[in-house]
Write a protein that binds this ligand. Structure first.
Ligand SMILES: [Zn+2]
Length: 129
């Protein structure tokens, strides 16, 4: 993805000034919300290596196959809340929208994040109806 392209996470910023540096490994996501946004962007780009690397080792799956057929088309992310709980813990509530085979789907989740060694990691999340 070109740095000047509008970032898939919907921040309104260019990819190169938003999720790009996190995905390339140039600069870790500075906040839990930024990490959450970068993971959404990684889903849209089917970047499994980044998704696994940003997953906390305690809950990280062995591997991640993004090979659903038909593939989901991610169409938007809305961050509803970013709740810092401590310097190294936070929750982010978000709504992600996609289309699977033409049918609209919503993923409404509150995700938990921890910071270790200067990096934020996704731990797990609770789905909302
Ligand atoms: Zn972004």
């Amino acid at each position: 993805m070109k740095p000047a392209t509008s970032c898939p996470c919907g921040s309104g910023r260019a990819f190169g000034a938003c999720c790009g540096p996190a995905l390339s490994g140039e600069r870790p996501a500075p906040t839990a919300e930024a990490l959450m946004r970068s993971r959404y962007t990684a889903f849209t780009l089917r970047d499994t290596a980044y998704l696994l690397a940003s997953w906390h080792p305690s809950t990280r799956p062995q591997n991640l196959a993004l090979d659903e057929q038909p593939p989901p088309k991610w169409i938007g992310l809305e961050v509803r809340a970013h709740r810092p709980l401590a310097d190294d813990r936070a929750e982010v509530e978000f709504l992600a929208r996609c289309r699977i085979g033409g049918r609209a789907q919503r993923l409404h989740e509150t995700s938990r994040f921890v910071k270790e060694g200067g990096r934020w990691y996704y731990v797990d999340g609770d789905l909302h109806d």
